[in-house]
Design a protein around this ligand. Structure first.
Ligand SMILES: [Fe+2]
Length: 256
């Protein structure tokens, strides 16, 4: 298994606080059956800034620590980038960058809204042959209220990544249900751990895939795992047109 979103690097964001905690997370990832992890520290979120070259150095140093201890896990460079005004310029200046030097770039929205001008930004990124991946859209309240707004971005060429803990119900039943609906309606293309530690926000990828398989079948698990592999090898990802027929539970909830 490949995990495309994690905060495993020690001491640079709100993920692992030190090397010992990072090593605990790495051992947990291995126990889950994960072989490759893309380290995606927060970047430009108003609290943390981790430019590409800095992340690369930290990945190299952490990989050395893992190798020294014979922990069989590969760490790759990435960032979870809060959408900001200079993003395109900073990509060109190599301050903000894609996942493992691929065409795929992991973007985070504020939790309460879709950033203004987002459709233009998706369009601009696509013109640069980059593919934005929207991190955890199921936890964004504007999208939650109106999932067709995510369809608009996906139709422009964006992809989306659901968080394992959302699928497992750790953020509540409603977020769990909308996560499953997004997966089932071609509105999600990846599941990732977004692990921050080995306790409350752990690598729960194996459990999330197991639940997906039980609820939606093997094909979706295979396709999500293939998509994650496509990032590592920078291969194109073929998608289906998203659909959103409001599920009964959603109408009921909205009418309350
Ligand atoms: Fe994250």
């Amino acid at each position: 298994m490949i995990d495309i979103h994690s905060h495993i690097l020690p001491g640079i964001d709100d993920g692992a606080i030190d090397l010992e905690k990072s090593l605990e997370m790495a051992r947990q990832a291995v126990r889950q059956g994960i072989q490759k992890v893309i380290a995606t520290p927060h970047h430009e979120n108003g609290r943390f800034s981790n430019e590409t070259e800095f992340v690369k150095e930290r990945v190299k140093a952490f990989q050395q620590e893992l190798d020294n201890r014979n922990i069989p896990l590969s760490i790759h460079t990435g960032q979870e980038i809060r959408v900001y005004r200079r993003l395109i310029e900073d990509i060109e200046a190599n301050k903000s960058s894609t996942l493992h030097k691929s065409r795929y770039i992991l973007l985070e929205f504020p939790s309460d809204r879709i950033p203004s001008g987002m459709k233009d930004m998706v369009h601009e990124l696509r013109l640069l042959n980059l593919v934005p991946i929207i991190a955890h859209p199921e936890r964004n309240s504007e999208i939650y209220e109106n999932p067709t707004k995510l369809i608009e971005l996906v139709n422009l060429g964006a992809l989306s990544q659901i968080t394992a803990h959302s699928l497992l119900g750790d953020f509540g039943k409603q977020i769990q249900q909308i996560s499953l609906d997004m997966c089932n309606n071609h509105l999600a293309h990846f599941v990732a751990s977004d692990a921050h530690n080995s306790t409350t926000r752990a690598f729960a990828l194996a459990e999330a895939y197991e639940l997906l398989q039980k609820r939606l079948g093997t094909d979706i698990v295979d396709s999500f795992q293939n998509h994650a592999n496509s990032i590592i090898h920078d291969l194109p990802i073929e998608t289906y047109e998203p659909v959103w027929t409001k599920p009964k539970w959603f109408q009921f909830w909205k009418s309350k």
